[in-house]
Design a protein around this ligand. Structure first.
Ligand code: ATP
Length: 315
């Protein structure tokens, strides 16, 4: 492999050892979906929130580009050029004109097609890891630009925290609020839901005789965040995709009911589902709600999580 930079260059250095990056899952505290546009997209107005459920991507020097994995989705998730990790590595290499040589390994915890943007998280981690491995020295904003060409959630997963997303979700504005830790329970489902199918179902429901009521606005959610009170936040949470996810997977109603019966402040479908998330008042309360959900047997597993978390970071 040709060295792109000589020892006297001012350019950032290549990394010789493994670069290990941890990246969080996201939930949407508010997900407002605009009407279907003529270009086939929906305008989004969303409040992203990064939670403590992580994937880890390791990048090592290699003579070609390879991807291996362990954990969630192993044996199901294709590791070929369609994988968002491979696409992210190729996009960064093309942008920075370096050869896309790396041995990439994914340790996956975020469930597949769960509405937690695990694939986008992996792509965000790849951009950061390869940028360091290859010494290409892009800023986080430049990495986000490359990421946005692959998936709308990728800029947020580089950024992390809690942020407003507009456009297709790729235009991020951080929400500046006094630091508050929120406690969540994440009910992981058996099997995923296809995001395009959920949007398609929403369009169908909106065209029907009883269209679902749109959720409130992102401003109310942001005002609620500033009050730092779980009851206030609970009243402002909303997801326009929830009726569509429930129509495609009616059993999710049982999950939401079981979470409420287990004492959650409230619950909602995460993004396009089928993961449901529940708000708790503190860590102990989250533990109780998770135990209640696990005992009810309505989901594959309920785990506790905190937010907001930073975006993709080297460990
Ligand atoms: P979305 O970001 O569309 O809301 P999601 O959170 O529901 O998605 P993901 O796990 O991010 O679901 O991925 C959706 C699909 O993307 C998967 O079904 C899979 O086919 C494809 N995909 C490609 N690369 C990856 C990856 N590294 N991890 C997960 N899914 C991937």
């Amino acid at each position: 492999m040709t060295e792109a930079w000589g020892p006297d260059d001012d350019e950032p250095r290549r990394h010789h050892g493994p670069v290990r990056v941890r990246v969080p899952a996201k939930i949407n505290l508010h997900l407002g979906v605009g009407p279907l546009r003529s270009d086939g997209f929906h305008e989004l107005n969303t409040v992203y929130h990064a939670i403590s459920l992580f994937d880890e991507l390791t990048a090592r020097p290699g003579d070609t580009l390879t991807l291996t994995m362990e954990g969630e989705g192993t044996g199901t998730l294709a590791l070929d050029e369609t994988n968002l990790i491979m696409r992210a590595a190729r996009a960064l290499a093309a942008r920075t004109r370096v050869p896309a040589y790396a041995r990439l390994h994914l340790r996956k915890t975020i469930p597949l097609a769960g509405g937690l943007a695990g694939g986008s998280a992996d792509a965000a981690a790849t951009l950061l890891a390869c940028d360091l491995l290859w010494g290409t020295g892009l800023s986080r904003e430049e990495l986000a630009e490359v990421g946005a060409t692959i998936g709308s959630d990728i800029p947020f997963l580089l950024h992390g925290g809690t942020a407003l997303g507009t456009g297709h979700g790729e235009a991020i504005s951080p929400i500046l609020a006094r630091p508050t830790t929120w406690h969540w329970v994440v009910a992981i489902a058996d099997g995923g839901l296809s995001t395009p199918e959920v949007y398609g179902k929403l369009d169908e429901l909106r065209a029907s005789a009883w269209p679902p009521q749109p959720v409130g606005d992102a401003d109310s959610l942001m005002a609620a965040l500033r009050q730092r009170d779980p009851e206030v936040l609970a009243a402002a949470l909303g997801n326009d995709l929830q009726p569509a996810a429930l129509a495609l997977r009616p059993a999710l109603a049982d999950v939401l009911k079981a979470g409420n019966e287990a004492g959650a402040v409230t619950g909602l479908v995460s993004g396009s589902g089928p993961t449901c998330v529940f708000l708790a008042t503190d860590a102990a309360h989250a533990g109780q709600v998770a135990a209640g959900l696990n005992a009810a047997g309505v989901c594959r597993e309920a785990v506790t999580a905190r937010g907001p978390m930073p975006g993709a970071r080297v460990t």
